[in-house]
Design a protein around this ligand. Structure first.
Ligand code: G3H
Length: 255
C-alpha cells in the first residue's frame, strides 16, 4: 500500500508540472509540517533523484536550510556518480552552522565519497568588502565552479520565517513587509508574482546564473510553505520540484 501511494500522485504531479512549467515534479505522501518523517522522506526522494541523474565528475551546488540538511542526512554513494564536487551555492546567509550551505555541502561530499569547496564569507557583506572578497583567488575559483555547476539543489522558505531565523535587521524586515515578500531562496526574497523584493549581499550564485544551469532542483514541503513555493516558482528558474502531499495539495487548490 505504501508504494501504491506513490503512484496515486501522478495526476497531481502532472498538474503542478504543467501549471509551473517544470520538467519534473516528485511528491512524497504526508505533510512535513505535521510529521517529521515526511521531511526525511523528502530527503530520500531528493537523493534518489540525484542518484538517477548524476554522472561522473559533476559539480553540484547546494543551498542551506533544514530541507537540504535532510537530503545530506540520507546521502549515499553510487558507482555511477563518482568524483563529484559539491559547492555551496551562496555564503552563510546567517543560518545556524548545521543549516549552512558549507556544512551541508561537506556532508554530502563525504557521504558521496566526492570532493568539496567551501565559501568562507561573512554576511551580509558591505559593498566594499563584497568587491574585495570576490577578487580573492580562493573565492574566485569556488565562484567559477558554482557558476559552472551541472546541477543545483536548493530549499525554498517562507520569507518572514527565514528573515527572522536569520536575524535580519529591522530595516530589512520592514522592507520585506512593505514589499509583501512571500518566499526566499538563495538569499533572495520574492513577492507573490516572483519579483525580487530584497537580496542578501553575499557571494555565490546569482539568480541570473540559474538560467545557464540545466537542472535546478527545489526541495520544499509542508502545507505552510505552499504560498512560498508558488511565489518562488513564478520566476521560473527551477526545473524540478520535490515536495510533499501537504504542499502539493495546497499549491493546486490555490490556483
Ligand atoms: O532558502 C530557503 C531555506 O533555506 C529553506 O529552509 O528548508 O529550513 O525551510 P528550510
Amino acid at each position: 500500500p505504501y508504494f501504491a501511494a506513490f503512484n496515486d500522485f501522478q495526476k497531481l504531479e502532472d498538474e503542478i508540472k504543467q501549471t509551473f512549467d517544470l520538467q519534473r515534479v516528485i511528491i512524497t505522501p504526508g505533510d512535513s509540517d505535521r510529521d517529521h518523517w515526511v521531511k526525511d522522506e523528502l530527503g530520500r526522494r531528493a537523493v534518489a533523484f540525484l542518484q538517477a541523474n548524476l554522472t561522473k565528475k559533476q559539480t553540484i551546488a547546494v543551498t542551506g536550510g533544514t530541507s537540504m540538511a535532510a537530503v545530506a542526512e540520507v546521502m549515499q554513494p553510487t558507482e555511477k556518480s563518482t568524483d563529484c564536487t559539491f559547492v555551496p551555492a551562496r555564503g552563510g546567509l546567517g543560518e545556524r552552522v548545521e543549516n549552512q550551505a558549507n556544512t551541508i555541502c561537506a556532508e554530502m561530499a563525504n557521504k558521496m565519497k566526492g570532493d568539496y569547496r567551501l565559501l568562507y564569507v561573512p554576511d551580509p557583506l558591505s559593498e566594499e568588502t563584497y568587491r574585495s572578497i570576490i577578487e580573492e583567488p580562493g573565492v574566485k575559483e569556488t565562484l567559477h565552479m558554482i557558476k559552472q555547476a551541472d546541477l543545483v539543489m536548493h530549499g525554498i522558505g517562507d520569507a518572514l520565517t527565514m528573515a527572522e531565523r536569520r536575524k535580519a535587521s529591522s530595516d530589512v524586515l520592514t522592507k520585506l513587509k512593505s514589499g509583501k515578500a512571500i518566499s526566499e531562496a538563495f538569499g533572495y526574497y520574492f513577492d507573490q508574482r516572483g519579483q525580487v523584493v530584497h537580496k542578501v549581499r553575499t557571494v555565490g550564485m546569482q539568480l541570473e546564473d540559474l538560467s545557464n544551469i540545466k537542472t535546478v532542483v527545489a526541495v520544499a514541503g509542508g502545507e505552510s510553505k505552499a504560498k512560498a513555493i508558488e511565489s518562488y516558482l513564478r520566476q521560473g528558474k527551477s526545473t524540478v520540484l520535490i515536495t510533499d502531499e501537504g504542499a502539493a495539495e495546497a499549491l493546486i487548490k490555490d490556483f
